[in-house]
Design a protein. Structure first.
Length: 356
């Protein structure tokens, strides 16, 4: 990464030097053309002076005209031919315009190169910042469950426990392992989806069944965190999407909602679905911490986790909602503000043969 950055900066500096060089070349050529015009006019002025001297000496005008064709003789007076002077000016302008157009083309090409390199540098800087934030975040999020696992195992190894105490510690360890597995899955899902390594199919998916499968996996967690989890998804409502993608989307939205509600010590999460205008909409409404209106655009960005006072989960990789946007369909989010809960609405095309 550092080698690439050094190369980009070096290329940018070389392009900037090239721009300066082209600018100097244009200036030098314009100055050269102007000087050539001055020299030519000075030479013509000498010819006019010589012609006038010859005329004053009594040399016939016809003979003087033959010797100095660039001079016009009128009533014994010698002047520079207007045609010759116009030709000199035209030649100067032609050369100046040629240099201007050629240099303009090179400057435009160099400007585009600068823009591309500068954009690449900014993108790389952003990626490096995201990577640093991601590594710090993941390290912190893995450290917590690992410390909990270590404590549970040390407790079991150092003293005898009753069956009830053993079950409690085992449940805690399983929860910690599930949490780490969830984070790893999100990281792998985001990489595969972002790089196009997942071939998303388009087939009819029973939305009620998909939501039911995911909700069942989180019922125990919801109960422990004092969250009422309800669904209102009509049977037979099918969407045209990838079945695995639908499961991933629903799971990530549910985990996000549960984390939001858990942060306020309990509440509710409700799934609802309806058919509308050829699409099927699935809404996930929670009574959690919500978010500020100006934070809505950040929710679906990679590694984005809002401030705890404005919608952040207490743990996570910042990839859940980012994955939602990668799995197809349309998604939107709204909240009345901090402490007012939030609602996410997913929309897929309705499966063929379905009344909408």
């Amino acid at each position: 990464m550092k080698t690439t950055r050094v190369f980009q900066i070096t290329a940018l500096l070389l392009v900037i030097v090239s721009v300066i060089q082209v600018g100097w070349w244009v200036y030098d050529q314009h100055d050269y053309s102007t000087q050539k015009l001055r020299d030519a006019r000075a030479g013509d002025a000498r010819e006019v002076a010589a012609a006038q001297t010859l005329l004053d000496a009594g040399i016939p005008a016809a003979q003087v005209q033959g010797l100095l064709p660039a001079v016009t003789l009128t009533n014994g007076h010698a002047t520079l031919s207007a045609i010759v002077d116009a030709a000199l000016v035209e030649e100067r302008n032609r050369r100046t315009n040629q240099y201007t157009w050629e240099s303009g083309f090179f400057l435009l090409a160099l400007a585009l190169c600068i823009g591309v390199i500068w954009r690449a540098l900014r993108a790389e800087t952003q990626i490096l910042q995201e990577q640093d934030s991601f590594l710090a975040l993941v390290s912190h999020q893995f450290k917590t469950p690992l410390a909990s696992l270590q404590l549970s195992l040390e407790t079991m190894a150092k003293r005898p426990l009753s069956p009830e105490q053993s079950r409690t510690l085992i449940a805690r360890m399983l929860a910690d392992l599930t949490r780490m597995e969830s984070m790893v899955s999100r990281i792998l899902d985001s990489v595969r989806l972002e790089r196009g390594r997942v071939d998303l199919k388009s087939e009819p998916v029973d939305l009620a069944a998909a939501v039911g499968r995911v909700v069942t996996q989180f019922e125990e967690r919801a109960r422990q965190e004092h969250i009422e989890l309800t669904t209102d998804v009509p049977r037979g409502l099918a969407v045209l999407a990838d079945s695995l993608a639908v499961d991933v989307v629903v799971r990530n939205l549910l985990e996000n909602a549960l984390a939001s509600v858990a942060a306020v010590s309990g509440g509710s999460v409700t799934f609802a679905a309806r058919a509308a205008n050829g699409d099927v909409e699935l809404s996930v409404r929670d009574s959690g911490v919500g978010f500020r209106a100006d934070d809505g655009a950040r929710l679906f960005k990679k590694f984005s986790r809002l401030h705890p006072g404005g919608g952040s989960s207490y743990y996570g990789t910042g990839l859940g909602l980012f994955i939602v946007r990668l799995t197809g369909g349309r998604v939107s989010a709204e909240s009345r503000g901090v402490g007012q809960g939030a609602q996410f609405v997913l929309s897929w095309p309705a499966a063929p043969g379905q009344s909408v």
